[in-house]
Design a protein around this ligand. Structure first.
Ligand code: NAD
Length: 499
């Protein structure tokens, strides 16, 4: 953590040069048609920068640079040991630029600077380093075949990978794609969200400084329906790897089918249940964790524990504890290092969350905390941490991803009922169960249909664990060695030996 105070952060902000151009074939450049879009600071609603708005023509340039780099093997042809060294240098430079990256991230999407410094910037660098470290320790296979042959099962890079990422953890989500895709020798075109393009643009220059060859890593800022769509439909892109909403994820799978059947990996939304049983080992720890699990990052977290399922016998006591912890999450200026909850990414997202709060009220849920916009005088887009009780499975706030600081509480009597409620969703990203009973923990974690199940915690995990969803939360996995599989093709080579 940094020990800078608000004034020092503001001073660093004033010194910042904001990256605004696309990065293609090793050079920063404007969009082909010169178009730009406004990048707004959600903390005060003011213009931060005008950023290149790329379109199909820019996608064309990036794809042909990426393809040329892949074909002449300037990156894929380097040994794993060499690629490892470059990726380690890349990670090291990201660490050196940690303050700058954290500041860009916080300014761009409204997250507290202490989160960006404490998590986003170091986690992104660690992801690149981890993937770099892995690649000269992975072996291919020799198949168990007859004596007259040697059968090899090897992995080869896919070619040109387009990575389309969201705005909630812009740098970390980008690196979860970049790390394994670059490590395995692919060329990458990164399309950050139009709501948070700055850190993606900045790390392109850092990657070049680290020794990533020109054309191997390109960044195209711009809108989904323009440059994103052009990449998804492109006949010379081999893979589209995406993190974002389920709606867009489904569309991109269709784009793959309508174009060249490019590999399509989707990491999408969630509506994760956090189940508190009466025998949880430490109810206060569970209540504190439940507050953080919905209010961290303004609730703009794919794995946000947005549904709290509490056993009826302890429900009123648990809610008291929860409210005490929830009141510590006070919306404030993201640049202040004491701030725990910052601004929503933009006015559109804020309005969407406020609409869901109104729906919750109209559906008859009981509002216990928050429920309104706050800090309006700042010009920024803040929502007070909000908690609803008496939420039923029929209500939209139980079923739909809100992607904001809004918690829905539902009571239950038995473990079986809790599991049924937990699984009563189209999503399957994460779930948690709090209990001191090992049998209930294992029974519950096996029965919950989610890519990650936390027992007596929320959000445990590191680079060693795969991350992704069941059901409509997506396919494929980010992180861990399993992520490397997404960016490679399997090749079988059967060598007939002379008898
Ligand atoms: P989004 O789907 O609106 O946008 C994600 C990205 O897709 C952006 O870069 C956007 O420009 C692009 N895009 C939009 N339309 C497109 C199109 N037609 N063609 C190509 N690209 C297009 O999502 P968002 O609002 O940026 O992010 C929030 C969502 O991301 C939430 O649903 C959240 O749960 C999800 N998310 C999932 C994970 C995970 O790992 N499963 C992690 C973080 C966020």
């Amino acid at each position: 953590m940094s020990d800078m105070n608000l004034a020092q952060w503001q001073y660093r902000q004033a010194q910042l040069t904001l990256p605004t151009q696309a990065f293609i074939d090793g050079n920063y450049r404007d969009a082909v048609d010169g178009a730009t879009f406004d990048c707004i600071n959600p903390a005060n609603g003011q213009l931060l920068a005008k950023v290149a708005a790329c379109d199909a023509a820019d996608a064309e340039l990036a794809v042909s640079a990426a393809r040329a780099a892949f074909n002449d093997r300037r990156w894929a042809g380097q040994s794993p040991k060499e690629r490892k060294l470059v990726l380690q240098r890349f990670a090291e430079l990201m660490r050196l630029h940690r303050v700058e990256l954290a500041l860009l991230e916080s300014l761009d999407m409204g997250k507290p600077i202490s989160d960006a410094m404490g998590y986003d910037a170091p986690a992104a660098a660690n992801c690149i380093a981890w993937n770099g470290e892995a690649i000269d320790k992975l072996y291919d296979e020799v198949a168990p075949v007859e004596e007259g042959a040697l059968a090899l099962v090897t992995r080869e890079p896919l070619g040109v990978v387009a990575a389309i990422v969201p705005w909630n953890f812009p740098l970390v989500m980008a690196c979860w794609k970049l790390g394994p895709a670059l490590a395995t020798g692919n060329s990458v075109i990164l399309k950050p969200s139009e709501k948070s393009p700055l850190t993606a643009l900045r790390i392109a220059g850092i990657a070049k400084e680290a020794g990533i060859p020109d054309g191997v890593f390109n960044v195209l800022p711009g809108f989904g329906h323009t440059v994103g769509e052009a990449l998804a439909m492109h006949m010379d892109v081999d893979c589209i790897t995406f993190t974002g909403s389920t709606k867009v994820g489904k569309h991109l799978v269709q784009c793959s089918g309508k174009s060249n059947l490019k590999r399509a990996f989707m990491e999408c939304g969630g509506k994760s249940p956090n189940i508190i049983l009466a025998d949880a080992p430490d109810l206060d720890a569970a209540a504190k964790s439940a507050a953080g699990a919905i209010f961290y990052n303004q609730g703009e977290v794919c794995t946000a524990a947005s549904r709290l399922l509490v056993q009826n016998s302890i429900k009123s006591d648990f809610i008291e504890r929860l409210l005490a912890h929830a009141r510590e999450w006070v919306s404030a200026d993201p640049q202040d290092p004491a701030t725990r909850i910052g601004a929503m990414v933009d006015g559109i997202q804020m309005e969407q969350v406020l609409r869901y709060i109104e729906i919750g009220k109209q559906e008859g849920a009981k509002l216990l905390l928050g429920g309104q916009r706050t800090r309006e005088e700042s010009g920024g887009f803040y929502i007070a941490p909000t908690i609803f009780d008496e939420v039923t499975p029929q209500m939209r706030i139980f079923r739909e991803e809100i992607f904001g600081p809004v918690l829905a509480i539902t009571g239950f009597d038995t473990l079986e009922e809790a599991i049924a409620l937990g699984n009563d969703t189209d999503y399957g990203l994460a779930a948690a169960i709090w209990t001191a009973d090992l049998n209930k923990a294992i029974k519950g974690s096996r029965a919950l249909r989610a890519g990650t199940v936390f027992v007596n915690n929320w959000d445990g995990g590191d680079m060693t664990m795969p991350f992704g969803g069941f059901k409509q939360s997506g396919n494929g996995r980010d992180k861990s060695l399993h992520a490397l599989e997404k960016y490679t093709e399997l090749k079988s080579t059967w060598i007939q030996l002379e008898s």
